[in-house]
Design a binder for this molecule. Structure first.
Ligand SMILES: Nc1ncnc2c1ncn2[C@@H]1O[C@H](COP(=O)(O)OP(=O)(O)OP(=O)(O)O)[C@@H](O)[C@H]1O
Length: 299
């Protein structure tokens, strides 16, 4: 596997605030990564550090296995970390021509990239006539002009209407399918689930989960149970290594599984211990519930 970016114990402090706290993960070529976390969790700061616009406090990061200086490496990175900003009185094509001049890229790429973001038909329209979604798509085209190895997007669908959101997500998928690695920051679980293959969940700068999006969904579920002798049931559950968190929910206990187990097996085990269950249901959290569970744990 080809590593595009590696973060090692990266930390950023703003005075008393630790915006990014010992963050480590790596990005492999061809995948779509999401940094997922609520507002203020350190997503933008992380992107700012690896793009060399925010100074790290400690730790390290390296592009392309450290084979190139950050300056050289960043020439192979396309990034949009601010609101799209182009000349309003110039057309889409004219704006991209200017970007080509600045980046030293041939203008022959302009039509191809406008087609990727579905703005080719509007290439001669002035930027000032574009909707926010179109502006964002033009920014993506601009970031793609030099055929970057990786495209970095900070909250790519913020402020867009549902149709605009859908369009951007589809475009990201197309770009990824053409082999460009993608790293995006989002506070939307739904976005990461729909677009990304891998996710790093951040909360207060700390990584709570890092791995495949599927893996995030690989919970073993939980039992909602009750018995006449609730204390005995609770004692049994809390000493049973098959279970992690045990919570009370009204009359019932909610016991989260650390390993696979079906309800009949659990019932059999309880019966063998002399515990007669009066209620037993097995459930699995939705991804959203799991996300909330993961992000609230470190309170
Ligand atoms: N320049 C700065 N000076 C002081 N504190 C900052 C600065 N930039 C960010 N922070 C703080 O660092 C923490 C992380 O902010 P960051 O913008 O990285 O989070 P985020 O996850 O991108 O959130 P959002 O989506 O709201 O931008 C926050 O507490 C924020 O207030």
């Amino acid at each position: 596997m080809e590593t595009i970016l590696t973060l090692n114990n990266l930390t950023k402090k703003f005075g008393p605030i630790t915006a990014v706290n010992n963050l480590s993960f790596s990005i492999e070529k061809g995948n779509v990564y999401g940094i997922l976390g609520p507002n203020g969790s350190g997503k933008s700061t992380t992107l700012g550090i690896v793009l060399n616009v925010v100074n790290k406090t400690s730790g390290d990061y390296s592009w392309f296995n450290g084979t190139e200086s950050t300056h050289e490496a960043l020439k192979k990175v396309g990034a949009i970390i601010e609101r799209p900003n182009f000349y309003p009185y110039m057309t889409a094509a004219q704006n991209l021509e200017l970007v080509c001049k600045i980046k030293g890229v041939d203008t022959s790429k302009i039509d191809e990239k406008l087609k990727v973001v579905e703005l080719y038909e509007r290439k001669h329209s002035k930027f000032s006539t574009f909707s926010l979604g179109m502006k964002q798509r033009l920014a993506i085209a601009s970031a793609l002009l030099n055929d970057p190895e990786i495209l970095i997007l900070d909250e790519p669908t913020n402020g867009l209407d549902p149709q605009g959101i859908h369009q951007i997500r589809e475009i990201i998928k197309v770009i990824a399918s053409q082999g460009t690695t993608i790293l995006l920051a989002s506070h939307l679980l739904d976005e990461v689930e729909k677009v990304c293959t891998h996710v790093v969940i951040l909360r207060k700068g700390v990584s709570l989960y890092s791995g495949s999006v599927e893996g995030m969904n690989a919970s073993h579920g939980f039992f909602v149970v009750s018995a006449a002798n609730k204390q005995q049931l609770q004692a049994e559950l809390s000493t049973n290594p098959a279970f992690g968190t045990i919570k009370e929910e009204g009359e019932n206990l909610v016991a989260y599984l650390n390993e696979p187990m079906d309800a009949s097996e659990f019932n059999r085990q309880m019966h063998a211990k002399g515990i007669a269950l009066s209620h037993l249901v097995k459930r699995k959290e939705s991804l959203e519930e799991q996300f909330l569970e993961i992000t609230k744990n470190l309170n």
